[in-house]
Design a protein around this ligand. Structure first.
Ligand SMILES: *Cc1c(COP(=O)(O)O)cnc(C)c1O
Length: 459
């Protein structure tokens, strides 16, 4: 790497050669990218030396924060010992075995097996392969329809984008693929007006039953959902939602898949989101915080119901990735999980950080721009509205969120905007005083955004 290049050189090269995910490349060429050059703890440093509190843990993944030497050392040791070998054709490596055993220990008791992937999207592809194979082996090959939710996010491969319910993604690629159905999301702020939260939760879950009956119960293989929708805008279902989903899955015998790519490994204050909401999934997809994002790795926890069927068959499951169980990624993930355990990080979230954040976060409801302040664990969302009573959104949707996000970054805080919903998911190791800083920066940002909107006649 040429360290003598300056910011302008890098931005020019970036615009010339680098097509970015989920970005408007013309806007990048016009405005230049945000260049992050190093990080420590919960802070990022950009090329100009600005210190920015990373309220999003990178992309929801850097659970332990930046600069953990133990993770770098684990990678270095493993690279010298054995940088790569595959896990196809009866082969294996010690770090992948150790990680599999650690995951079996940390996950709910029905999970004794894991299938490794390189990412969350690959985990979702693997879920589809496993679900369909399971029903084939069970002698019900017609059960191949998988039901997801509108505005859910399950990654960006053809399968992930299909199971996800992002209509703008579907529109760009002849999606969803066949055999996928969607039901409405449990988004109380937009869809639950005039109902109690408990009633709305049950009603939203019953949409699954309606869909099963519409498709035909003999054709439905599985339901998939994120315990809390992350990319969709930190949408937290009412407490009544997941138990009703579980009841419906049990009633029709369909597999329940919990996409734990964001909620897994402590985000809600429990190890897994399904434990927070009290479901008993058959499969769980994981990635992101599995390695705190230091190296790419994902996987699917395969519950006994599915695993026993696959194993009993005594036949090859024709699925896998070159990097399934990658020894270096596995070694880093294992070290990451050991640190989460040793330093009681999940307990820190549950007992210290989450209660404190949620108490302070709730106060945002009094801000004139905020129609709802909600959160769980170390997740938070603020719904920006033009008017609270009667409720009016900004038109067109999304512009105010973008503006608020840009103000946040100028104030040294990464907050993400999903339409006009501002969201945070800070590193799990964040302290009380760092949470104070996050909340103060968010207040300043909202105040500035409010003043600007007044000034520009948008309020
Ligand atoms: C990020 C995400 C994925 C996709 O993971 P990638 O590693 O980006 O492929 C899948 N599901 C959920 C819930 C996610 O947040």
């Amino acid at each position: 790497m040429d360290r003598h290049r300056n910011k302008a050189d890098w931005q020019a090269l970036d615009a010339a050669h680098f097509l970015h995910p989920f970005s408007d490349s013309r806007q990048i060429a016009d405005r230049g990218t945000r260049l992050i050059t190093r990080a420590e703890g919960i802070y990022l440093y950009d090329v100009d030396g600005n210190r920015i509190l990373d309220g999003m843990s990178g992309l929801w993944c850097v659970a332990l924060g930046y600069g953990r030497r133990e993770l770098a050392d684990a990678a270095y040791r493993q690279m010298n010992e054995l940088p790569y070998y595959n896990s196809f054709f009866q082969c294996t490596t010690p770090p992948a075995i150790e990680l599999a055993a650690k995951l079996a220990q940390l996950t709910p008791p029905q999970f004794q097996h894991v299938f490794f992937t390189g990412s969350g999207s690959e985990a979702i592809d693997t879920v589809i392969r496993l679900v369909r194979r399971y029903w084939q082996l069970a002698g019900e090959a017609d059960r191949n329809v998988i039901i997801g939710r509108w505005n859910g996010y399950h990654g960006s491969t053809i399968a992930g984008a299909s199971l996800g319910g992002m209509k703008y993604m579907h529109g760009q690629g002849m999606l969803p693929m066949p055999g996928v159905e969607h039901i409405q999301q449990p988004y109380g702020f937009e869809l639950g007006m005039g109902q109690s939260s408990a009633d709305f939760g049950v009603a939203a879950a019953r949409l699954l039953e309606e869909k099963i009956l519409e498709v035909g119960a003999h054709r439905v293989a599985a339901f998939i959902g994120e315990p809390v929708q992350g990319a969709g805008g930190v949408i937290i279902p009412p407490q009544t939602y997941w138990p009703e989903i579980q009841r419906i899955c049990d009633r029709y015998g369909i597999l329940l898949v919990s996409d734990e790519v964001i909620c897994g490994f402590g985000r809600t204050g429990q190890w897994f989101g399904c434990e927070h909401f009290g479901t008993r999934p058959d499969l769980m997809s994981m990635a992101k915080a599995l390695s705190s994002g230091y190296l790419p790795i994902g996987g699917v926890m395969v519950g006994d119901r599915v695993a026993n069927m696959l194993i009993a068959k005594g036949e090859e499951f024709a699925h896998g990735f070159t990097y399934s169980g990658h020894p270096v990624c596995s070694a880093v993930a294992l070290e990451n999980l050991c640190i989460l355990e040793r330093e009681h990080v999940v307990e820190h979230v549950r007992d210290v950080a989450a209660p404190y954040l949620q108490e302070r976060w709730a106060a945002f409801a009094a801000h004139p721009l905020v129609g709802e302040a909600r959160g769980v664990g170390l997740l938070g969302a603020l719904e920006l509205v033009r008017s609270k009573e009667p409720r009016q959104w900004f038109e067109p949707r999304g512009k105010v969120g973008e503006r608020c996000r840009d103000n946040a970054i100028r104030n040294g805080l990464v907050m993400r905007a999903t339409r006009d919903t501002m969201i945070i998911a800070p590193p799990l190791v964040i302290t009380r005083s760092e949470l104070d800083e996050l909340v103060e920066k968010a207040w300043r940002t909202l105040d500035q955004t409010y003043d600007e909107l007044k000034r520009d006649g948008l309020l």
